[in-house]
Structures are given as C-alpha cells and as structure tokens.
Design a protein around this ligand. Structure first.
Ligand code: C2O
Ligand code: CU
Length: 617
C-alpha cells in the first residue's frame, strides 16, 4: 500500500475504533447486550488494526507515523486496556444490568480512539510536547468527568490531568517547539549584511543582444473570451493573458510595471527564471508592492532558454486567478525558428478551462510536414491533465529545460503541475491532431491540414506518463551536500496571524516558518514530504532543482531540472540545487491558496538582509 493509502486507512480504522467504543458504551448502557458485544469486537479489531497501519507508516518514513507512535496509539492502547478491564466481564460475561463503570470504561476507550482521528486532522505533523500534553489533558478530562459520573472519586487523577494541561499550555509559548527543519533564524549584524535592493540586474544586454522593452500596466478590465463571453478580470494592459514577452538568449529584458487601479498592489514575478534577487517581484521581501500610481522597472538577462511565465506575487492567490499573468519565452541565439511555435497558458475562468483566450475548441489550419512546438503553461493552482491525440509527439522540455533523449509518445496523458510548463514537439501529419485539457472534448486546440475539426476519441483512460522514467539518463553530478533541509507538509489549526486551518511546513505556518539559511556555493539537498491529503506543487524561487529521488527511487530517465514539482499525498521527494544566486527567496507551495494559508518559507543566503518590511501576501 502507498503511504497515501496507509494514511487514509489509518484514519478509517481510527474512525471505526471511535465509533465502535462509543457505540458499545451507548448500547451497553441501554441494555442491548448483543449489539454491544458486536461493537466491542469491531472496536477492538479496529484498534489492533491501528497497530498495523502505524507500523506500516513508520516503515514508509518516521514523518508519516510520528504522532501515532508517540501519542495516539499509546493512548488508544491504554483506552483499550481500560475498556477490557472495566467492561470485559460485563459485556462478555453477560452480567446485567450494566454497571456504570463498564459503560465508563468503554467511553474512555472511545475518547482515546478519537484522539487518533482528531489529532492528525486538526493538529497535524508533528506532535510537539505541547500538543501531546494538551491532547492527553483533553482525553484525561473527559475520562475524569465520565469516571465521576460513574460514581468514583478521582482525586489524584484530577491533579495529574490539570498538571498536564498547564505544562502543555505553557510549552505552547516556548519557541522552537517543532522539529528541526535544518533551518535556523538568520542572525546578522545589520552592518555586515548586503541589502536585497543592491542585488539588481544588469543594464546592458550580453554582447550581440538587444534590449527588449515592455510596459505593463495593471488594471481592472472586462475581457472577452473567444466565444464572446465576458469576464471581469485583473489584467496587464487590459488583456489576459498579459502581453507575451519574448526574447533571444543574451537580450536584456526590461519591463516597467505600472499600477493603474489594483488597490492592493501588484508586482511581477518571473516564474522559473533565476533573476537577480531584487528583480524577483516578491513584495515585502525583494521590493514593496507597486500600489496604484506607482511603478517599478525590472531588468534581467535572458540567459535561460525556454518557456516561462510571469505573474503578480502580491495577493497572488486572488491576483493570478483574476488574470495577472502572462508568458515569457526565450529562444536560443542563432537558431532560426521554423514551423509553428505556440505558447498556450491554460487557465480556469469561472470554472471553464481557457487556452489563451479560447474557451471553446480552437481550430487552426496547419499544413502537413510542419514542425510544431506547443508550450503549455499551467497558470492555475491545481495540476492539469493534458492529452494529445492524432500524432506521435515528444515532451521535449519541462519547466524550460530540455529533456535528454525524450522518446516518442502516444496515448499518454501528461499531468502538468500548477505553475509548470511542458513543451510538446511533433511533425504535423496528414490528418488532424488535438490537444485536450482534462479529456474535455469541447475545449482545447485542434490543428488540421484542411482546417476541419473532426471528432476526437475519448482519452480519459490514457495512462499518465511517469516523468521520472521518461527519456535517457545522463550524468547529473550531485556530490555530497553541504546542507540538508526537510520539509514535512501537512495541515492543522494554527493561531498566529489569526486562527486558521493552516497549511503547515514542519508544523508551522508562514510567517512562523523557520528560514532555511545557506551560504553562497553550498550544495543543498531538500527532502519534501507530503503528509496531507492534497497535492502540493513545490516551487523554489531563484533556483532550479535537480530531482534526486522520488519515494526513494532515483529517476531512471532523463535528468530532471524543475522549478515546480508536484508532491502528491504520501510522496517523498529529494531534490538538490547549488546556491549560486544570493538573496532572500520564497520557497512555497504553488497552490497559491495553500501559500496564502501558511505553506511558504524563506531561503536566505548568509550576508543578505531584506530592505523591506511586511506587506507580503
Ligand atoms: Cu510562480 Cu512564488 O511563484
Ligand atoms: Cu499546497
């Protein structure tokens, strides 16, 4: 069973144990002995099953089982023993009427079982001393109340429970109560540090390059999709997607952003582009948000070839959803472009998939033999499944980086992470081809030699391509790392910055998350573990990461250099990068609503200090 299934199975048996013990108490109390017996048997079986799920999870990685081994399973077993001692003779010996203590014993087991269900959902990884003591306090308090109702007088117990509660509550205010992420707070004398604002891009292109100037003005507008449908949007220059930015390797890209009327401010972040830090567009970290009437000019060298995109990083969840994004494509110098080259940002507007501006199938005439490159960009916050029908094709680049020896594909589905890019290449056949999103036959792109768009077969059962097995291996040297960070992703109720059901990293929600500190030139390894029930598209700014392993297995295909990778429930990714771009960088989930609810932290180079304060969202 996969870790994700084990996590779900563990919740399911925790639920059955809870229902079983409490149900047994109720039925015993009302004299239905046979039913009480059956429920006891169910509860005992489910409780023992938790031993098995916990052991299996621990084998998958300590992160998956930590709070179960240290807290909820011992609690459950103690509850089970209590039930056996107090209620066993009554339930299975058949003595009537049921004594209050027998019912109490079953209830106590029920409270203990409930902790195994509630803790992972409400608190999440990890069980800190504080959270553990508070849980014990709650179960203990419920036990005492029940026990007293059964006619016993629990003096020593009351004192113990009260003590656990006080200590637990006290520990909640001790900083650093979470597991070590490898992160430490950056402590630098202000005088030593280089400010982020000094880390600007060049003002001249590379030799032979030119300056590509763009003016982007952020404003609200009503845009019209290809079908004629209108959408209230936030736009760059009144259009969604914003102006397509293109350059040739070695050019200088210079973009002046103005804000007309986006009240909460805007920025431009160059997703996947390793720009100098002050050009990265993160409000509160690398610049201040550009408010209405203000402007900011970004400059950086087009030194990475491939498909990228830009988007606002201020109130990014809402801003990107509303349309503040566009594409950035850099062509290699000296390579004459031939054939058809299309860049297609795919976005959801009011629940409808839109390719560029096409909310219905777009049909284009393309003559047979044309070489075609389709650059797909997922501008949504959730992964998107694509299928391509009608001709064999190759997935030639991922996140702007060419794959090594990509083989021919057909009848394969591609799953593109939020924020990610795939470049598809093929030669136009003598018949039509179709690119579908989510197997939706009503939208997508159709190319055909005669401009017709015949029906496309259903692609819903095409298997998904495993990127870690695609293409040809090549040496991807990654020696012994200088630093190692672990990020365990989960959910839980957190109180800082207003109570919320946060998305957490090692138990913390931004801005409480510890900073990962590196030194220039460090080789850094990062382990990302998903303990939750949702996919987390992980995105580090300023660096591309090498995939070292997924679930303990190194890729067997092309080396993978990514800026966004989907960590699905139960998955463990190992990635590595060389710290060659000094600055303060965001490291976050690109499901932007998750980032908004805490799933973000900073990667900081020693000797760099932010010149900006707050304002980041
Ligand atoms: Cu594309 Cu920090 O984001
Ligand atoms: Cu996420």
């Amino acid at each position: 069973m996969s870790a994700a299934n084990l996590l779900a199975a563990d919740l399911a048996v925790a639920f059955l144990a809870t229902v079983g013990w409490i149900g047994a108490a109720v039925t015993l109390g009302t004299g239905r002995l046979l039913l009480a017996r059956a429920l006891c048997a169910l509860a005992a079986t489910a409780s023992l099953a938790r031993v098995a799920t916990t052991a299996a999870l621990a084998a998958e990685g300590w992160w998956f089982a930590q709070e179960k081994v240290t807290l909820t399973l011992p609690l459950l077993l103690a509850g089970g023993v209590t039930a056996a001692v107090l209620a066993g003779p009554r339930v299975f010996g058949g003595a009537r009427p049921a004594g209050g203590r027998a019912v109490a014993g079953l209830l106590i087991a029920g409270y203990a079982a409930a902790a195994g269900l509630v803790f992972p959902l409400l608190i999440g990884y990890p069980a800190t001393w504080s959270a553990a003591l508070l849980t014990v306090t709650l179960v203990g308090a419920a036990t005492l109340v029940t026990w007293r109702a059964a006619g016993a007088v629990p003096r020593a117990g009351t004192a113990l429970v009260a003590l656990a509660g006080v200590v637990g509550a006290g520990l909640a205010f001790v900083p650093g109560g979470t597991v070590d992420s490898g992160g430490v707070p950056s402590r630098l004398a202000a005088g030593q540090a280089r400010p982020v604002s000094a880390l600007r891009g060049p003002t001249e292109p590379a030799p032979g390059g030119t300056v590509r100037r763009y003016d982007l003005s952020a404003r609200q507008a009503t845009i019209t999709l290809a079908s004629g449908r209108t959408v209230a949007a936030w736009t760059y220059n009144g259009q969604v997607p914003g102006p397509a930015i293109t350059a040739v390797e070695g050019d200088l890209i210079e973009v002046t952003l103005r804000n007309q009327d986006i009240d909460r401010g805007v920025t431009l972040h160059w997703h996947g582009y390793d720009v100098p830090n002050a050009e990265d567009g993160v409000p509160g970290v690398t610049q201040d948000a550009v408010l209405p009437g203000q402007d900011y000019t970004y400059r950086f060298l087009a030194n990475q070839v491939g498909t990228y995109w830009y988007h606002t990083h201020q109130v990014s969840d809402r801003g990107v959803r509303m349309g503040l994004y566009g594409t950035l494509v850099v062509a290699p110098r000296g390579a004459a472009s031939t054939g058809l080259d299309m860049t297609i940002p795919v976005h959801t507007f009011a629940g409808k998939v839109v390719f560029g501006t096409h909310d219905r199938a777009e049909v284009r005439r393309v003559s047979q033999g044309t070489t075609v490159r389709l650059r797909l960009v997922n501008t949504d916050s959730t992964p998107r499944r694509f299928t391509f029908a009608g001709a064999p094709y190759r997935l030639v680049a991922v996140d702007g980086n060419d794959l090594n020896g990509p083989g021919e594909l057909s009848r394969a589905a591609l799953r593109l992470p939020a924020g990610g890019r795939y470049d598809l290449a093929f030669t136009m056949p003598d018949g039509p081809v179709a690119l579908l999103a989510g197997d939706d036959l009503m939208t997508g792109l159709r190319l055909s030699p005669d401009g017709s768009a015949p029906a496309v077969e259903n692609t819903a059962d095409w298997p998904e391509l495993d990127l870690t097995r695609y293409g040809t291996p090549a040496p991807a040297p990654f020696g012994r790392e200088d630093r190692h960070f672990t990020m365990v992703l989960d959910r839980g109720v957190r109180l800082t910055g207003g109570p919320k059901y946060a998305y957490t990293i090692n138990g913390r929600a931004y801005p409480d998350t510890p900073t990962q500190v590196v030194r220039a030139d460090d080789l850094v390894r990062v382990t990302v573990v998903n303990r939750g029930l949702e996919t987390h598209p992980w995105h580090l700014h300023g660096h591309r990461v090498f995939v070292l392993a997924k679930d303990g297995r190194a890729p067997t295909g092309s080396p993978l250099l990514l800026d966004t990778f989907d960590v699905r429930p139960g998955e463990v990714w190992e990635v590595g990068f060389r710290a060659t771009n000094p600055g303060l960088w965001m490291n976050h989930c690109h499901n932007l609503s998750h980032a908004d609810l805490g799933m973000a932290l900073h990667l900081a180079y020693e000797g760099v200090a932010s010149s900006f304060h707050g304002g980041h969202s």
